[in-house]
Design a protein around this ligand. Structure first.
Ligand code: SF4
Ligand code: SF4
Length: 499
């Protein structure tokens, strides 16, 4: 059933940013050496099932722990295990299996028991395929199966939200992900998930501007009363679980906990396609579609990349070499700045973004204008004329300056807290319940306040500092929410970790 258009207060619509990835897919070359983290996506680190010198093939399980909340990890190339060592991987200390590739084969060994006629499989078999493929580790709290792949069981899921909103400044092309037969595969994936999470209602949250996709999904779901389709404004950060739950279900989010704690599973389109491939084709999750975005790439395209491929094998030869730039993984606003390109990609990697480094001051940046501004511009030309593209760069508009009380941060904050006020408390060292009363624990760390601030105050950094200092003082964020929710799975919940 098609529901009316929805959105939320605050937030910002990123439009016309130069360097969007074209809907073109290129197969990235297999890396000579794959480095596979034994913890990928949601779940705990798993134990290595191989040792140095072992021969492995693409798709073979090389790490698994059925007793912890986790999902198996696979070799992504045919090769020899060269080493198993601990490495610092984006601020986490993780065991890595290093595999030296020995042939050029693109073949991936399928998981036994899969079937293109998946309707004939029993639910336990489907859950097993989802678990063994590793797709169950995707998104914030994994996909629940009876194999300890999430903090809740499939029976506990009341709502499954699947989103293709595309609200970041740079997004993977929805047209590419759901082109031709892939749309049908996606919908089969939705039906498989409904079989597994049989008590759930399914909500498809799609960018309202993708009318063609919405119409096709409407036809496919016309006789299924458990599917609802929501056209959403692609306004940042609509793709966050904290925004999808209130926008779609009209219910409060348990800030500090996750959607799974209230019986809601939120998945993206790639995860659902992965579910279909696992159950119908037996494909382990060893490939990712990644978008190369931003003006500092020679070409903005999508790449099909094997998990474990070092970033240097992805970006080398593709970056413009004529100017200074900043390279960021996954999200322009909240992603990791990349300095070490020897690190590999894991199954949740989605974007590499490269933007020009620009330290020049910009005159009257706070006037919200400027075609090449990386800041909060509502200049009508830059937003509405399709031929004009805004050029994102790292322009800081000079050094940090005092707050000018413009309230941009307040009007844009999607969770309706007051960043400039909270930041002043944190700066002055006033770390007490006032911060909690003003809702600092509701901050979802989306980074919009820092992005829009004309004085370039590091508001997001101060929010995080406030959180940390309150927690160090023994303040428990759960005090703010527990009276309002009956949370599931909190014994297993360890806090959200995003890469
Ligand atoms: S980072 Fe936090 S305070 Fe800033 S806009 Fe996002 S939610 Fe609001
Ligand atoms: S912190 Fe920045 S955005 Fe917020 S009111 Fe002050 S100057 Fe404006």
């Amino acid at each position: 059933m098609l529901k009316p258009f929805r959105t939320f207060k605050g937030g910002y619509r990123f439009k016309n940013y130069k360097g969007q990835a074209a809907p073109t897919m290129v197969l990235n070359q297999l890396p000579p050496q794959a480095i596979i983290p034994l913890r990928q996506g949601f779940g705990t680190e798993v134990k290595a099932q191989v040792k140095k010198g072992d021969r492995v093939f693409a798709g073979q399980i090389i790490g698994r722990d059925d007793n912890s909340i986790s999902s198996p990890v696979h070799a992504s190339v045919n090769g020899l295990v060269e080493d198993i060592k601990r490495m610092n991987y984006f601020k986490r200390d993780i065991n890595m299996v290093v595999i030296r590739r020995i042939d050029d084969s693109q073949e991936i060994k399928p998981i036994p028991g899969h079937s293109s006629e998946w309707g004939k499989l029993n639910t336990e078999k489907m859950e097993e395929l989802v678990y063994l493929s590793g797709v169950s580790s995707l998104d914030r709290e994994g996909i629940p199966t009876r194999f300890k792949s999430s903090i809740i069981s499939p029976d506990d899921v009341k709502h499954l939200i699947i989103h293709g909103v595309g609200s970041e400044p740079y997004n993977i092309s929805l047209d590419l992900l759901l082109e031709g037969k892939l749309l049908l595969n996606f919908f089969e994936g939705v039906k498989i998930l409904k079989r597994i999470m049989h008590n759930s209602k399914v909500h498809l949250a799609i960018n309202a501007h993708k009318r063609n996709i919405i119409e096709q999904l409407e036809k496919l779901s016309s006789n299924l009363e458990w599917v609802e389709i929501y056209p959403l404004e692609p306004k940042y950060p609509q793709g966050y679980d904290e925004m999808l739950v209130p926008t779609i279900l009209g219910q409060k989010f348990p800030y500090g906990y996750s959607a799974a704690n209230i019986g809601v599973v939120v998945l993206n389109i790639q995860a659902v396609l992965g579910v279909y491939k696992a159950v119908a084709e037996g494909m382990p999750m060893i490939e990712r579609i990644m978008a190369l975005c931003g003006p500092s790439f020679k070409e903005n395209i999508h790449l099909k990349v094997r998990v474990g491929t070092p970033l240097k094998n992805i970006v080398a030869d593709r970056l413009r070499d004529d100017s200074p730039r900043r390279v960021v993984l996954n999200s322009l606003l909240t992603g990791f700045e990349l300095n070490d390109f020897s690190l590999p990609v894991e199954r949740t990697a989605s974007h590499v973004i490269a933007i020009p480094e620009n330290k020049h001051r910009e005159f009257l940046a706070f006037a919200k204008a400027g075609l090449r501004s990386d800041s909060y511009t509502r200049a009508f030309l830059a937003n509405w004329l399709p031929g004009i593209r805004k050029l994102p760069d790292t322009n800081k508009h000079g050094e940090e300056r005092p707050c000018i009380s413009c309230s941009f941060c307040e009007e844009i904050c999607p969770v309706r807290i007051i960043p400039h006020l909270l930041s002043k408390y944190v700066k002055r060292g006033i770390i007490d319940e006032t911060l909690m009363n003003y809702g600092i624990f509701n901050c979802i760390e989306c980074g919009l306040c820092s992005f829009v601030c004309p004085s370039k105050i590091l508001l997001l950094k101060q929010m995080k500092e406030g959180h940390e200092k309150l927690i160090m003082q023994g303040c428990d964020r759960t005090q703010c929410i527990l009276p309002y929710f009956n949370l599931k799975g909190i014994e297993e919940y360890r806090g959200v970790t995003k890469l």
